[in-house]
Design a protein around this ligand. Structure first.
Ligand SMILES: Cc1ncc(COP(=O)(O)O)c(C=O)c1O
Length: 437
């Protein structure tokens, strides 16, 4: 009889063979150019006294990161983070419910709340945790308002979720379903007529609409003004995930709500500090009451260790710079405009879908299931303030304005990467990842 180890090994090997595993072969290339021994942050003896030194510089044009405002390397971010590390090390290592929440976490929360014109804010270790913590708390509304332990059908919350919402929203909704707290309806991507129909046919009193503000794979915006109109008609709680618009949109970086001046009509804003914030973390900006509920019932907030202080201090500096340095947003949107002009591609955001160009010195990543459906694989470009106009010209050599460059890549198509799509196994266990259904 096979040993337990052998059985598990066989099951793991079989599972691996059935999922989309070919990205492993290109993983090592994702590493930044090898730094010299002097620059390598992991080469030092950790017990030796610290030395000052510049971190490794990228030697490749990075068009695959979400550091939209180029803040991850900003001197103020480095300094705040380093100062915090020297003063506190990593800070208290425990849940925010125990000793993880410090004065510095609170100050970061205050500045985020103010930026999004909300009463309060809860900072979480990641954006993923922010969505799932909020949805966990939302589920609690059904459970704690129910007559018995399990909400009856009419006591559930009806959640309407865009078909292309981020995986963290999908997983949060799955969690709510598991606890019988919600009935989820997935509306066709940005299809307001479909959403209106679903809302009109819903007998439940507690309704919630949740959407990404800028869709991470498509690069298109949710129809915010139409959603606000529907909110007036159907009186739902309106929740948006500003992972790709916080700090990036709006004159002061207040996000999509600031762009349209509709902050007061968005009830809850979920965001991340891991993209334009240049650090790591997430947040839920909302009313004081909602934030209290997230803190006491949001399981992915409670049952995890709070962010280390160097990360919090770095994020505080990044948010402060983002707010003040309006030119960073202008530079980013200029890059988007230049890209659109050069390519004649109707780019409306820093997220674009393209063809692989690693060998020519452009780091652009392939997006495959479970991030997108198997027939929607693509290469994804993200523009940041750190890119110059020249970088964008090099990326797009076949435009009329661009100078000829024999090393430049060929752009064959903007959308759809058929070869990747063909390779996606039909029975991938991960295929359910991009949609709640
Ligand atoms: C729309 C959206 N929401 C949430 C997240 C999760 O954010 P984080 O990477 O901070 O966990 C991401 C990014 O991965 C995202 O694109």
């Amino acid at each position: 009889m096979a040993s337990v180890e052998a059985m598990w090994e066989e099951w793991v090997v079989r599972a691996f063979a059935r999922v989309n595993n070919n990205f492993l072969s290109y993983l090592p290339k994702v590493c930044l150019a090898k730094p010299s021994a002097e620059e390598d942050p992991l080469a030092d003896d950790p017990t030796a006294p610290a030395k000052d030194g510049e971190p490794a510089r990228n030697r490749m044009l990075l068009f695959s990161a979400n550091d939209y405002l180029n803040l991850s390397t900003h001197p103020a971010v480095r300094k705040a983070s380093a100062k915090a590390a020297l003063a506190f090390g990593m800070g208290p290592r425990s849940s925010a419910m125990a000793s993880g929440q410090t004065e510095y976490h609170r100050r970061l929360e205050n500045v985020l709340a103010e930026m999004h014109k909300k009463e309060a804010c809860v900072v979480t270790p990641t954006g993923f945790a922010a969505n799932t913590a909020f949805l966990s708390a939302l589920g609690g509304v059904a459970t704690h308002n129910a007559a018995s332990r399990r909400p009856a059908a009419h006591e559930k919350i009806a959640v309407f979720s865009d078909a292309l919402n981020h995986a963290s929203i999908i997983d949060g909704l799955r969690m709510m379903e598991r606890h019988h707290q919600t009935v989820v309806s997935v509306y066709r991507h940005s299809d307001m007529q479909h959403l209106d129909e679903l809302l009109s046919n819903c007998p439940l009193e507690r309704k919630v609409v949740i959407t990404d503000s800028l869709f991470s794979m498509e690069g298109d915006f949710a129809p915010m003004l139409d959603l606000v109109q529907l909110r007036k008609k159907h009186r739902f709680l309106f929740v948006i995930d500003e992972a790709h618009t916080a700090f990036v949109c709006g004159r002061n970086g207040g996000g999509i709500g600031e762009v349209y001046g509709i902050e007061d009509q968005i009830d809850v804003i979920v965001g991340t500090l891991s993209k334009a914030g240049g650090c790591l973390g997430g947040f839920v900006a909302c009313s004081q009451k909602w934030s209290d509920l997230v803190r006491v019932t949001g399981r992915p907030y409670i049952f995890t260790t709070a962010s280390p202080l160097p990360v919090i201090a770095g994020a505080y500096a990044a948010v402060t710079v983002a707010k003040k340095e309006v030119w960073r947003r202008q530079a980013l949107w200029n890059r988007v405009q230049e890209f659109a002009t050069l390519t004649k591609h109707p780019a409306t955001s820093p997220i674009l879908s393209l063809v692989h160009m690693l060998e020519r010195g452009f780091h652009i990543i392939a997006i495959r299931p479970p991030a997108v459906a198997p027939d929607a694989c693509r290469l994804r470009v993200t523009l940041t303030t750190g890119h110059s106009s020249e970088d964008v010209r090099r990326l797009v050599p076949h435009s009329r304005n661009a100078s000829p460059d024999s090393t430049a890549p060929q752009i064959k198509s903007w959308r759809g990467c058929e070869e990747l799509s063909r390779r996606a196994p039909e029975d991938s266990a991960l295929q359910g990842g991009w949609t709640a259904r």
